[in-house]
Ligand binder design. Structure first.
Ligand SMILES: Cc1ncc(COP(=O)(O)O)c(C=O)c1O
Length: 385
């Protein structure tokens, strides 16, 4: 029986309610609601095992908080410049400005819509202290070139990975690049905790980050700057309750991305938004670039099918309205790009009855989540929906 319920952009993945209730009951029985309870520890460990490849993931209260803490970890001087992408959600630049740092925009690559390393290099001044690129809509940045720039100019390199859970480069999970990588676990993301986020840091930095997310406290004493960036037990319960279906959801979405790419590649007026063949595409959104004349028609046609997509506009229009961006950095960002239409994945409807064998890109022992309709052969999965 096909699933014919409407598909809304940003509708959250929902857990088995009994599983969520059991986890919440565990927190209530323990009488421990926040400050590193057992659910928090379990979820943080699961994220670390799944995403951090030997590095450490630290949970936070939101993706914006993850960005803020990842920038704070760089100990950047007040008033320093941070080069970032003009095409993102407001939180990227708000995190910079909120810390008294100055956002400077560099242009994006027209294919990937992620920061262009050449444009970043041209924007570097003696006041530049950091680069904050965005894996926009899950398409990875040119991490190799950005890494070279950051180390040549001694810049703190933090990635905004809010859209990029499940993306990878050459089989390496996306969080493992730069000095730190900040993720959102907001309800619209693939894996979520209703509100939440996490930061993947490189070896040795997690203790500092975790101190800062808890008011700078260490053994009850304030030892430095900090704020309240912790995740509660109830939010961690939501994340844990979603884990059992996460792996199959990622595999389904990646397969669906391939189906969409194949089906849409040759249509006139459309341009796919991909990161090339060597990288795993994002799992939160599927995005297309359209001739403006097609946008309204496509919206209508999709709505008739019960699919409600959303436009993504260049971010600096929003920023200019907030009145926070210096004119000079706006003009450096170049002319507005065409809007991007984002479609949410709708795995159930499109994939019904499909049977696929997919390479996982992961060693077998690191496949963390069992799923009833999957059979694993070496590094491949026989997958049925
Ligand atoms: C690119 C980007 N960065 C940061 C954030 C902030 O995440 P959160 O809503 O969890 O604070 C978002 C939110 O969607 C985002 O799209």
């Amino acid at each position: 029986m096909p699933d014919i319920s409407p598909v809304f952009f940003g509708a959250p993945m929902l857990p088995d309610p009994d599983h969520l209730a059991a986890l919440m009951a565990e927190a209530l029985a323990a009488g421990w609601l926040t400050n590193g309870g057992t659910l928090h520890m379990r979820f943080e460990r699961a994220i670390t095992e799944n995403q951090a490849l030997g590095d450490v993931a630290s949970l936070t209260s939101s993706g914006t908080m993850a960005l803020t803490l990842a920038l704070m970890l760089g100990d950047l001087p007040r008033g320093a410049e941070v080069i970032t992408s003009p095409i993102s959600f407001a939180a990227t630049t708000q995190a910079i400005a909120g810390l008294g740092l100055v956002p400077v925009f560099a242009d994006v690559d027209p294919e990937t819509l992620t920061l262009c390393p050449g444009a970043v290099e041209a924007a570097i001044t003696p006041r530049t202290a950091a680069i904050l690129p965005v894996h926009f809509l899950g398409v990875p940045c040119d991490v190799a070139a950005l890494e070279v720039l950051a180390s040549r100019h001694n810049l703190w390199l933090v990635y905004d990975s809010a859209h990029a859970f499940g993306s990878s480069i050459g089989g390496v999970p996306i969080g493992n690049f730069g000095d730190a990588s900040a993720f959102s676990l907001h309800a619209t993301k693939l894996l979520h905790t209703a509100e939440g986020g996490f930061v993947v840091t490189r070896a040795g930095k997690a203790d500092s980050l975790r101190r800062m997310r808890n008011f700078g406290l260490e053994q009850g004493r304030v030892t430095g700057v900090g704020l309240n960036g912790k995740m509660s037990e109830l939010h961690a319960a939501m994340g844990l309750a979603l884990l059992p279906s996460l792996f199959s959801e990622v595999v389904a979405r990646k397969a669906l991305r391939q189906v969409y790419d194949r089906s849409l590649a040759k249509l006139p007026g459309l341009r796919l938004h991909t990161g090339g063949e060597s990288v795993g595409g994002g799992t939160s959104y599927y995005s297309l670039r359209l001739a403006p004349s097609l946008r309204a028609r496509l919206h209508l046609a999709l709505a008739e099918e019960g699919i409600f997509a959303r436009d993504q506009f260049p971010f600096y229009v929003v920023l200019a309205l907030l009145g926070r961006t210096p004119r000079s950095s706006l003009s450096r960002a170049g002319p507005p790009l065409r809007p991007v239409l984002r479609l949410r994945f709708f795995a159930c409807r499109c994939m019904a009855g499909l049977r696929l064998r997919l390479p996982t890109g992961l060693p077998r022992q690191s496949l963390p989540f069992a799923w009833p309709h999957q059979r694993i052969h070496g590094n491949e999965i026989d997958f049925r929906i």
